[in-house]
Design a protein. Sequence first.
Length: 126
Amino acid sequence: MATTKIFSISADDLAALNYIANPDKTDNGRLIITEGCSSDPLQASHDFAEIRKHGTDKSSVLAQHFIVCFKPGEITPERALQLGQEICEHFLKGEYQYFMTCYIDKNHTHLHVVFNKTNCIDGRTF
């Protein structure tokens, strides 16, 4: 059974994106999937900011970061990414940009997802 944690990002979404895009943990970037933004962390941060400019919320939260951890041997990295996409489709409904990575640097596979707080469709906040 997987465990999930979620955190708000208020200070710097680029730092979070750079952290989760670590090539040493994502098989040199092979285990990265994005929706509505670049797979380059710097450009993805700019992509997020561009959507936030048109948003309705003025809070300090920039994005959300959630982590899904699986037990050792429970899932392959490819299946974890597929499951991550299903989670994002279910909760984000294609209306929020996200940057997802699968880490394989530990004995347990885990996903990191950073998604923009601002909806691409109407500018509302998640």
